[in-house]
Each structure stands twice: as C-alpha cells, then as structure tokens.
Design a protein around this ligand. Structure first.
Ligand SMILES: *[C@@H]1O[C@H](CO)[C@@H](O)[C@H](O)[C@H]1NC(C)=O
Ligand SMILES: *[C@@H]1O[C@H](CO)[C@@H](O)[C@H](O)[C@H]1NC(C)=O
Ligand SMILES: *[C@@H]1O[C@H](CO)[C@@H](O)[C@H](O)[C@H]1NC(C)=O
Ligand SMILES: *[C@@H]1O[C@H](CO)[C@@H](O)[C@H](O)[C@H]1NC(C)=O
Ligand SMILES: *[C@@H]1O[C@H](CO)[C@@H](O)[C@H](O)[C@H]1NC(C)=O
Length: 576
C-alpha cells in the first residue's frame, strides 16, 4: 500500500501546522447525536485495562457487539484531523457500565434505539431501553476515544435517538454479484453509521443468485454460475451478522417484472424472455437489457411464486418482505398469446397486474404473516397499476423512487406508510455515464438541439438519472419536504440505493461511502442545527474526519476533498 506512509506523514504534518491553542474543542461524531454537552473540554486517559461491564444476563448479539467494541476501543488509536484541545487530568477511565431496561426487545420495525451516555472521572455509564439502542451507544463511545495514547472526554453527556426508524441501504446483487464477505463489510459499515436496514435486492432479470430449498433450479440455472450464488448457509450468516450489528435484513425478490432470470429454469411462466430489449421502430420490451416478466395468466406462475415467497419467509426473519412490482412492461406481457387474447377481448393491463397482486399479496400478508413492501409503481403506475382496494394500508408499505417529493405525498395521502428512495437524491448509481453498447449518439461532436439532454456536455451522458448524487446532494435532501405534520407521520424513513449495472465488489466501498454516511446522519439526527439552518458547512469537516476513520476501519470510502482542504479548515468553503 503505497499510500500508507503518506497518509501517516500527513497526519504528522497536521500536528505541526495547526496552531493548536486557537482551535475550538469539538468532538467529531458521525452521525451527530441529538444532544451532546461537553462544557469543560476535559478529558482523561483510557486505561489500558478498559472494559465494558454489562449489568444484565447475557444477550447473544449484544455480547458479540461488546467484544467487538472492546477490541476496537482498545486498538483503534484514531488521530483526529483537528485534535480537540483538552484539559487532561491524570486519573484514567477503566470501565463503561452498560444497563438495559428491556433485554428481550427484538430487532424489528420501530424498535427503541435511544440511549444516553455519561462519562465522568469516576466512570462511564451507557443506558439504553433495548440491546439495539445499546449498540448505537457503543458506537458513539468508540468514536469518543482518540489518540495514540487514547483519551476520552469527561463531564460529557449525550442523549440520543433517531429521527426515523427506517435508515436503510439497498444493494442490488443481481446485475453484478457480490461476495458474502463484501456484503458483511457493508453491514459493518452500516453499523458504524447507525443504519439499521439492509434492503437486499437479491434477484432481477440479469441473475437469480439465491439458492431456495423448494426451488433450487432457479439459482442452479438462473445465477451467473458456480461461486456466484448465496446458499442457505450464506443467507443465515448474513442475517446473523446483521443481528450482531443491529441491522435488519429485508429480502426483495422483484416480481412480476424484472424476472428474465427465472426463465432459465421455468421458460413457460416468463413472457418475452431474453429477446432483444429495444427493437427499432417497436416498443421496448424492458427498461434495460434483460427482458422477461412473470406471466400473470399462467397457472404455474403462482406455484413457483408461492414456493419462492414461502422459502423467503422461512429463511429471513424480518417482518417486512419486499415483493418488487416496479416497471412492469406491458409490451413484454403481450408477446404471450394468452395475454394478447385477454387484452384483445377487452381485458386491461391493470387487471393483469391486479390479478397477480390479488394472488400473491394475501399469501405474503395472511399466509406468511409478513408486511408486504412494494415499489410505488404498483399504486401509481405510470403504465400499469392496481386499485388501492387491492392493497390494504395496514399490511402494505410503499417505497417511492420517482418524481421527488410528489409521489411520497400522493402515497401518504392514500394512507400508506412509505420508505423514501427518491432517484433524484438517493440513487448512488446515477451519473456514471451510459452502459448500453453500440450507441451512435456518442459519435457526435456537436449536439443537435433535439439530442442535447444526452450529448451536451451538460447533459446526462447516457445516465437516465444523471448527475452523480454527491454527498451534499444526499445530505441536503429533506425526505419530508412539502408534507404536512400528519402526512409526515407515515414516513418510516429512507434508503439510499446502489443499482449494480456498473458496480460490483471491486468498487463497492467507494460507491457507497461516504455518501451513504450523509443519508445516515440525516435519517438519524437531521441536517439542520436547532434554529433550522442547514449544517452542511460544519458537516463537511466532520465527514472528512469520519471518512478517514472509516478508511482506518477497513472501509475504502472515497475522499470528499483534497487533503489540502482537510489541512486548512474553512479555506475551501465557497462562503466564509
Ligand atoms: C482548562 O481548565 C481551566 C481551569 O478550569 C480553564 O480555565 C480552561 O479554559 C480549560 N481549558 C480548556 C481548553 O477548556
Ligand atoms: C382483486 O381483488 C379485489 C378485492 O378482493 C377485487 O375487487 C378485484 O376484482 C380483484 N381483481 C382482479 C383483477 O381479480
Ligand atoms: C404474526 O406476526 C406478528 C408480528 O411479527 C406476531 O406478533 C404474531 O404473533 C404473528 N402471528 C402468527 C399467527 O404467527
Ligand atoms: C406540495 O404540495 C402541494 C399540495 O399541498 C402540491 O400542490 C404541490 O405540487 C406540492 N409540491 C411538490 C414540489 O411536491
Ligand atoms: C451497431 O449498430 C448498427 C446500426 O446502427 C449496426 O449496423 C451494427 O451492426 C451494430 N454493430 C454491432 C457490433 O452490433
């Protein structure tokens, strides 16, 4: 690693350059806690025998977190970019006492994640309602320890709880494959950022990488091949790892659209499988290459779908089960003779989708006792949609991605709870340029007015959702924008999304981090200081610090500024 000596050197430089005494004492935490008070700027050394003392009988997942954090706290030796100026006293901190009021609370939607932390000369105490809140507090404590000879602030009080109960990240493991190891690393980084939902978009048209006990052929034939699928053991490992890190794992099997990969095992239930996606002069058969959709009129479809859903509910513990339902393409359906007959005799596309939902939604909610999550398309279209009566508000959650705040408002007004993933702010794949091949639009030096969107240097360059969503874009997004107080209550939270057309594990960390950290903070404690002003300027310095800390923890997050800016605080701001 050629960069390491330079990295260490730069931190050494830092200590020489900065006029230490003139700096304010700030503690750089990420996400920023709801309330923090440290009036004295006093700190004490961390005892080399420091330990975490639980005041409860053992808890399998919290126990693992305690072991992990003890090790991290004793070994990390983080060098802050701007070391806080402290009054160091000589006593040392040897323990953190941890107590929890409800040890049995499961990790489920809406679980209490609040905690309070108090550190004094005589000891530190962390109090939480649940083990999951305790994990958030342990993370905060780990970020409070710094220095080669580690110190911790004292006479410090933190009270903290999240603004939103759903703070998620979506990863698409179908378009490109990710090893279990890279998924576990992602969950670990989510835990550092106090995020609590890993939305696993497991399958799509391109591949079917999960081995399901009742339908093993789907992965045997529909995955990218040996070594590129997830066994039952892999899935259990990911879920257990999630529990040890306070991260729920919500599985998504997208259907009835985005299912070309099912055709390898079951060609009879998939319409328009593996055709050319955009025939000239005809309607495209899919939004992108990889065509195929489950046939709503084929009786075998429901046998396979029920097996898939039942296996999912057995493997995954979470109350939520995501069943997709986005971007159904009617032209693809109509390539099937039975569907074409249905339409030509007066049937509608909406009825076809409604039939599919009628035969699968109650299976998810009544038979499997799960809450069904769908993409907003199922209710809003634009091309195909069901009537609200088909989707009971008490057992259905909708996830928005289109049309900024407008669709979120429509959905909460219709009475549904919502998860916000606006593509204008939260899609991490955007702005990377086009990826379809043989595209003659690149073969132009000066754009025609009609083609400016694509070819103009200021255009989208082939990425439908360009530009790239910078961390500032993510950070400044208000998911409750334009909602009334009543409407806002139905917003569970948000998820950033990495669709994987141009991503796999070789670039994963840099695509996700630190942009996902920006969402993590906003969903935890918002993006404003108490008087309502956005805090992006202050957040820049803290995020710089946090990015370096994540890198030291093994997460290859990308830099957000030249090192020069980091070394000259405030000098790179646009406004002073
Ligand atoms: C250190 O403590 C002294 C005496 O209490 C106080 O005057 C001074 O401001 C403190 N220094 C800092 C950096 O807080
Ligand atoms: C779907 O179910 C609803 C509610 O039971 C019913 O009114 C509707 O006719 C069904 N739609 C179709 C296309 O079967
Ligand atoms: C259904 O799920 C809920 C929430 O997880 C649980 O409280 C309830 O006991 C379950 N019902 C059945 C019949 O399993
Ligand atoms: C905000 O809400 C109003 C209705 O309350 C609606 O007319 C308007 O289009 C919304 N604006 C945005 C940007 O969503
Ligand atoms: C690229 O597209 C052109 C039509 O514009 C076609 O003639 C040519 O065969 C295509 N090339 C490849 C390699 O597919």
């Amino acid at each position: 690693m050629a960069s390491k000596p330079f990295f260490l050197f730069s931190f050494f430089l830092l200590f020489l350059l900065l006029p230490i005494s003139s700096l304010p004492s700030t503690l750089n935490l990420w996400p920023q806690p709801t309330s923090i008070s440290w009036p004295t700027s006093a700190a004490i050394p961390l005892s080399p025998c420091f330990s975490i003392q639980p005041h409860f009988s053992s808890h399998i997942y919290l126990q693992r977190a305690i072991i992990r954090y003890t090790r991290l706290i004793l070994s990390e030796r983080h060098r802050p970019i701007i070391p806080p100026v402290v009054n160091l006293s000589s006593s040392s901190l040897s323990s953190l006492h941890l107590s929890i009021s409800d040890l049995s609370a499961p990790l489920q939607p809406g679980v209490d994640e609040s905690y309070s932390l108090y550190i004094s000369t005589s000891g530190a105490t962390l109090t939480a309602a649940t083990p999951w809140g305790a994990m958030r507090g342990l993370e905060t404590f780990s970020q409070l320890v710094w220095g080669h000879q580690p110190v911790v602030p004292i006479r410090l009080r933190i009270f903290d709880k999240p603004l939103f109960t759903h703070r998620g990240l979506l990863l698409d493991t179908s378009r490109n494959f990710y090893s279990v190891r890279s998924i576990l690393r992602t969950i670990r980084a989510m835990n550092y950022n106090k995020m609590n939902v890993f939305h696993w978009h497991i399958t799509d048209s391109q591949s079917f990488p999960i081995v399901l006990p009742s339908e093993p052929e789907l992965a045997a034939k529909g995955s990218y091949g040996s070594g590129m699928s997830y066994s039952t053991r892999d899935v259990k490992r990911i879920i257990q790892y999630g529990l040890s890190h306070g991260v729920r794992v919500i599985p998504e099997i997208d259907m009835p659209g985005h299912t070309a990969s099912w055709a390898e095992a079951y060609p009879e239930i998939v319409t328009c499988a593996n055709r050319f996606w955009a025939p000239t002069g005809k309607t495209a058969l899919a939004a992108e290459p990889g065509t195929g959709e489950l046939n709503p009129l084929h009786v075998n479809t429901y046998q396979v779908v029920q097996n898939v859903l039942r296996d999912l509910s057995t493997l995954f513990l979470d109350q939520y089960l995501h069943a997709g339902a986005d971007e159904v393409n009617t032209a693809c359906w109509e390539t099937d003779p039975a569907v074409a007959r249905f339409i030509s005799t007066g049937g509608t596309h909406d009825q076809l989708l409604e039939k599919f939902i009628n035969l699968t939604h109650p299976y998810i909610t009544d038979t499997l006792n799960r809450t069904a999550v769908y993409w907003e398309d199922v209710l809003l279209g634009p091309d195909v949609k069901v009537r609200p009566a088909t989707l009971p508000t008490e057992s259905t959650i909708l996830q928005t991605w289109n049309n900024r705040a407008k669709n979120t408002k429509r959905i909460v007004q219709a009475g549904y709870q919502v998860i916000v993933s606006s593509s204008d702010f939260y899609y991490l794949d955007c702005g990377h340029g086009g990826w379809v091949g043989n595209d003659s639009r690149y073969d132009v030096q000066e754009a025609e007015p009609s083609d400016e969107l694509f070819n103009d240097p200021g255009g989208n360059g082939g990425s439908w959702c360009a530009p790239y969503k910078s961390w500032q874009r993510v950070y400044d997004y208000d998911i409750l924008h334009n909602l009334t107080e009543e409407e806002a209550k139905r917003v569970l939270g948000g998820e950033v999304a990495l669709w994987s057309e141009q991503a796999d594990e070789t670039v994963l960390d840099a695509k996700l981090w630190p942009r996902t950290s920006a969402a993590a903070e906003v969903l935890w404690s918002g993006n404003r200081v108490s008087d309502g002003i956005k805090r992006y300027a202050e957040a820049t310095d803290r995020l710089n610090e946090w990015r370096y800390r994540m890198v030291r923890r093994g997460i290859q997050a990308e830099p957000i500024q030249p090192l020069w800016c980091v070394l000259h605080p405030g000098m790179c701001n646009l406004e002073q």
